[in-house]
Design a protein around this ligand. Sequence first.
Ligand SMILES: Nc1ncnc2c1ncn2[C@@H]1O[C@H](COP(=O)(O)OP(=O)(O)OP(=O)(O)O)[C@@H](O)[C@H]1O
Length: 306
Amino acid sequence: MLKKIASLIKGVYMSKLKENKTVIVDEELNQEVLKELSEDKIYSKIVQNTPINKRQEVIKIKDFNFYYNHSKQALKNINMGIKENTVVALIGPSGCGKSTLIRSINRMNDLVGNIYLDGQIEVNDIKIYEKGVDVVQLRTNVGMVFQKANPFPISIYDNVAFGPRNQGVKDKNALNQIVEDSLKKAALWDDVKDYLRDSALSLSGGQQQRLCIARAIAMKPKILLMDEPTSALDPIATLKVEELILKLKKDFTIVIVTHSMAQATRVSDYTAFFLNGELIEYDRTKKIFTNPKNKKTEDYISGRFG
Ligand SMILES: Nc1ncnc2c1ncn2[C@@H]1O[C@H](COP(=O)(O)OP(=O)(O)OP(=O)(O)O)[C@@H](O)[C@H]1O
């Protein structure tokens, strides 16, 4: 039944999109139908045409507490929803819990050991800390890019093909296509297309970071986590990565930790301000930086501390 409705609605959406009309998705039924359509190419077009406040939340963080060594509480009762095809910046002074939160979204913190958490994080409606969750699959859907570019010491091509090969893609043409598409999406193809067999370590720092983004994209994730992705880059390389982030949000939902408030204003739709493990304020970026509700947010963004 849902499939039939999906195909009918798809027809309506297609004709509206052809006429460049806005498609608004805000009804219960449409959300269900959208899930049915989610593998379809039309889906991302529909989402891009949906006003930002009406988009679905793909990450839901509910009453989330996180402790290191069973004593140090790094996150205190965090509640926030992250809408698809948006960029969300996490800001706040050193040690406020930004990295802990971003690493909790794809369970990278599992690797730390001796941690304790309660509450819930849902990614695409899957409670990721429930028993039986496939963590490898989770990390495929939720890619991550780190502060320092970390390409493998192999060729540019092999870096991007690494994940798909591990997933069992063997066909050479299919791999070539994935590598080309991923490098194009990461705005690196023109720089490297004639040097694909060169070592990834021969690239500049900024190119290495875009290669790491391509490597993450090659796994076809829906969500990209970026933990201070430009902190080791010069201003020009930083600008390129920021431009890339703005392009990528057409296809991905992006969560970025940044120490640069200017960067948060340039790239993000929403900003979350953290202090001592608490989420102090979460709102549209423009609102946070021009008219914050909380005095602590105002003090931080005006440089009074941090
Ligand atoms: N592996 C760990 N073991 C114990 N405590 C940790 C660990 N990682 C982080 N912490 C502590 O948890 C708190 C939050 O750290 P976190 O790295 O999430 O903050 P942050 O806001 O990302 O800081 P920064 O901006 O400096 O990267 C800090 O007090 C930190 O010392």
